[in-house]
Design a binder for this molecule. Structure first.
Ligand code: FES
Length: 85
């Protein structure tokens, strides 16, 4: 089980972080990953200049935007969750 946090602070919100939360949430539901991945919204992580701030446990996931969120989920987040399962 890993916890994925998506920043919904004002800077990340302006970049579309709510859409990222929705995209991740929809995939978790569609793929029945609720036992592997907990999704949380978080306040500012202090990395406002680096795209939408996302962490998987404590690992920062870089360059997340709502256009590549699905790809990042499958390429980076899901493997981390499966490695920890
Ligand atoms: S608002 Fe998201 S890291 Fe600052």
């Amino acid at each position: 089980m890993i916890t994925v946090s998506v920043c919904v602070g004002s800077s990340c919100h302006m970049k579309g972080s709510y859409q990222v939360v929705k995209i991740f949430g929809d995939i978790i539901k569609k793929e029945h990953l609720e036992d592997l991945i907990t999704l949380k919204a978080s306040f500012c992580m202090g990395r406002c200049m680096q795209g939408i701030s996302v962490t998987a446990d404590d690992k920062p996931i870089q360059n997340v935007g709502f256009t590549n969120a699905e790809q990042i989920f499958y390429n980076e987040i899901l493997p981390l969750a499966q490695a920890k399962a």
